[in-house]
Write a protein that binds this ligand. Structure first.
Ligand SMILES: [Mn+2]
Length: 324
């Protein structure tokens, strides 16, 4: 039995499921949770969709997002927890507090750095997205897939592939996407509601951020910086920075686009995107982070300047010394 078949059997057998994704979730995490939640629900099962924090725009515009909760009755018992798009258990944040000892964990993910923390694990780094794997599981379990589930899976795949532009987009990704359109997903409507639906604050922040873009390490690395002051000045939210890192990455000749963003008093998040050969996940792992070959990140102590110095030192070694 393949991992997908085993998970499908567990989903078909169980009745009560807890669905979760990583903290600060993206479209893949949220869309996968909502889609699988909808399918299980339509099959007559009881589902609880738990997020660490309330969903903000644009992900709260996904259909079914209003079913999400941020707290549980402690005594609530489940047949299994399905954890989606989450490389390690501690990426669940506070939501992990609700996982009690005997609860079986079903881990479905596509992060290369996934540590197989589940009782059942379906981890495929070749998959464009967790949603593409969830599509296969829903089919294998013979669960219903209506327009709402299809739309959420489509939005998730669109998110992780940068609208089918990134290197993780395969022929299979398009086949799955086409099936989702057959099932009722409307690509233009999802794009308009989820991807091309920005606040004025985001645009103001982008203006400030573009001013900071500079080339480093002989033009191989382009860096964008966001300080806490800039976030405040623009009145922007964390989710407004989604895909900002593509601007430095899209500069001709650049191998690595980097976004340095202050997230707290003394913490900075570094997002890395590579174009051709740098394994961003391995570089991020040197700082205790992780992700995918072309998209990864880590968090470190200190303000933006400190983080950049630390990062460039290691990035130089990486660019000069390794080719994996
Ligand atoms: Mn993902």
């Amino acid at each position: 039995m393949t991992p997908s078949d085993k998970i499908a059997a567990a989903l078909a057998r169980g009745q009560r499921f807890l669905l979760l994704t990583h903290q600060d979730p993206d479209a893949d995490g949220v869309g996968s949770v909502l889609a699988l939640g909808r399918s299980l629900c339509d099959a007559g099962k009881e589902t609880t969709l738990l997020f660490q924090a309330p969903l903000g725009p644009p992900l709260c515009f996904l259909k079914g997002a209003e079913r999400a909760v941020t707290q549980l009755d402690d005594r609530k018992i489940f047949d299994a927890a399905v954890i989606l798009d989450c490389a390690e258990k501690n990426r669940l944040g506070r939501a992990a507090d609700y996982l009690y000892k005997e609860l079986p964990l079903i881990n479905i993910d596509h992060h290369e750095t996934n540590d197989h923390f589940g009782t059942l694990n379906l981890v495929d780094p070749k998959s464009s997205s967790t949603a593409e794997l969830v599509f296969g599981v829903i089919r294998a379990a013979d669960l219903p897939m209506g327009p709402e589930a299809a739309e959420n899976l489509f939005a998730a795949i669109q998110g992780d592939t940068g609208s089918f532009r990134y290197g993780n987009t395969t022929a299979k990704t398009f086949r799955v996407a086409a099936e989702l359109v057959d099932l009722g997903a409307l690509p233009w409507d999802i794009s308009r509601r989820i991807r091309d639906n920005h606040s004025m604050a985001r645009l103001r922040l982008l203006g400030l951020a573009l001013e900071t873009v500079c080339l480093r390490l002989q033009g191989r690395v382009a860096v964008m910086t966001l300080t806490r002051e800039m976030m405040e000045e623009a009145g922007a939210h964390e989710t407004d920075t989604e895909e900002f890192v593509d601007y430095p990455r899209f500069i001709r000749g650049v191998e690595m686009g980097v976004l340095i963003r202050e997230t707290g008093q003394n913490t900075t998040k570094v997002s890395i995107r590579s174009n051709n050969w740098v394994n961003a996940a391995r570089l991020a792992a040197r700082f205790g982070g992780g992700g995918h070959a072309r998209a990864a990140g880590f968090t470190c102590r200190g303000a933006a300047g400190t983080a950049l110095t630390l990062f460039l030192k290691e990035a130089r070694r990486f660019l000069d010394g390794t080719r994996d």
